[in-house]
Design a protein around this ligand. Structure first.
Ligand code: ADP
Length: 260
């Protein structure tokens, strides 16, 4: 594979000892960005050095979820910028470079160019993990990463809905066709646990995430329930996984342990 970064002569980063995790989904709205942000915080809380690139350049939502809307990255010299750091995670998102509500109307090659700049011209320092929050589906950006980012590993987020699983499977097959490693599947919004009766209600169906992992012959990394505190956390920019001993924190920690 050609390197989209690293081997480049004037790249600021080598990512030699960095595990690159590209997090994708079949459809939008399955909670991919929320899972990516919370997973980044979890790995940071577990003691790892973590970077997060919002590779959903047009549909960015990481600044909102991480509580850094309106924060601008600092430039060092004329050639480089520093990522924004919060919750122990270094972050780069288009949302921190443009005005709020500005519509970006760019085609695939331009988007890949932005991603390349985020990798080469942002000074990341030493990282154990670099998470890439991909746009949903099997478009240009996931394909560029599969073909050009050396050693990128894919993680697929889906919900129990059959429609979400169907498209997620196509992403998985695309990864396999390009000889890209898939680290596993996370099922998000798996069930709702009633506060009153304690029973788990499988609102969107059940078992589809696990089924997908079997069909792709990859690991099933876990189920994340539908929880009000997760939704509120991503709306307010306060993650519920900051405490790894909280109920949500424990679920994420178990997933984090399967990834490291
Ligand atoms: P995607 O990146 O797949 O488009 P988002 O991460 O933006 O999805 O999530 C979509 C919405 O669902 C957000 O409002 C988010 O807070 C909410 N959400 C995601 N995961 C959960 C969950 N496990 N429980 C409750 N709400 C969730």
């Amino acid at each position: 594979k050609e390197a989209l970064f690293g081997k480049k002569k004037n790249s600021l980063n080598s990512f030699e000892n960095t595990t690159i995790l590209a997090i994708g989904s079949g459809k939008g709205g399955v909670g991919k960005s929320t899972v990516t942000a919370n997973l980044a915080i979890t790995l940071a809380n577990m003691g790892y050095k973590v970077g997060l690139i919002d590779a959903d350049i047009l549909g960015y939502s990481i600044p909102q979820i991480m509580g850094i809307k309106g924060v601008r990255p600092v430039a060092i010299g004329e050639q480089a910028i520093l990522p924004i750091e919060t919750h122990g995670v270094k972050i780069m998102s288009m949302g921190n470079l443009v005005e709020e509500d500005e519509a970006l109307i760019w085609r695939g090659p331009v988007l890949s160019g932005v991603l390349e700049q985020f990798m080469n011209e942002v000074y990341w320092g030493e990282l154990d993990f670099l998470l890439l929050d991909l746009p949903p589906g099997t478009g240009d950006i996931p394909l560029s990463i599969m073909q050009e980012v050396k050693d990128a590993r894919f993680l697929i987020v889906t919900t129990p809905q059959i429609t979400a699983k169907g498209v997620a499977k196509r992403l998985g097959i695309m990864a396999q066709k390009t000889n890209t490693d898939i680290i596993g599947v996370i099922e998000n919004m798996s069930y709702f646990q009633c506060d009153k009766c304690g029973e788990k209600h499988y609102i969107f169906g059940s078992g589809e995430g696990e089924k997908l992992s079997r069909e792709l012959d990859v690991s099933f990394l876990g189920e994340i329930p539908l929880l009000k505190e997760i939704r509120e956390g991503s709306d307010k920019g306060i993650s519920p996984v900051v405490d790894l001993n909280s109920p949500v924190g424990k679920i994420y920690k178990a997933i984090g342990e399967k990834i490291i």
